[in-house]
Design a protein around this ligand. Structure first.
Ligand SMILES: [Ca+2]
Ligand SMILES: [Ca+2]
Ligand SMILES: [Ca+2]
Ligand SMILES: [Ca+2]
Length: 151
């Protein structure tokens, strides 16, 4: 639970605390929609808290969400994930810092363990690649890219 403190006076803060203590925690609000009008929900927008909103989508309309996006109060991406092969399990993950893509993690063989980590600078330049080539969950190959190189 976060209370904005920058512009809040002490009195307001006390009142806010009383309200928060006195009220049961409200559940998250989920807004559902049916983008392809087939009668089955395929998009969920969930306000998790003041700083976090989560969108989930069912891109192939099989009833199972296969895309997730989390963004912050300034509409900057925080996290994104994708079920590339539509088996119901996410396998492609995007981690953002200040809204800029910093790292991507991919489960190449869809066995629910990450095989490839890609680190980016400025959101586009690959700075480092890590691989787990034998599938034991541990990195066994690392490639660092010089900052002067294009890729
Ligand atoms: Ca639908
Ligand atoms: Ca789906
Ligand atoms: Ca998958
Ligand atoms: Ca894997």
């Amino acid at each position: 639970m976060k209370i904005p403190t920058r512009t809040v006076s002490p009195v307001t803060l006390v009142i806010l605390s009383m309200i928060l203590i006195g009220m049961p925690l409200r559940g998250t609000t989920v807004r559902e929609s049916d983008e392809n009008d087939d009668g089955v929900t395929d998009q969920w927008i969930e306000v998790v808290d003041e700083t976090t909103t989560r969108i989930r989508k069912d891109r192939n309309f099989d009833g199972v969400a296969d895309y997730e996006l989390i963004y912050d109060e300034r509409a900057r991406k925080v996290f994104e994930s994708l079920d590339f092969n539509f088996d119901g399990r996410m396998d492609d993950f995007y981690y953002y810092e200040q809204g800029v893509l910093a790292r991507r993690e991919i489960d190449i063989d869809f066995d629910e363990t990450i095989d490839l980590w890609v680190y980016l600078s400025e959101g586009v330049y690959i700075s480092r690649i890590e691989r787990d080539r034998d599938g034991d969950g541990k990195v066994d190959y690392v490639k660092d890219y010089g900052l002067d190189e294009d890729r």
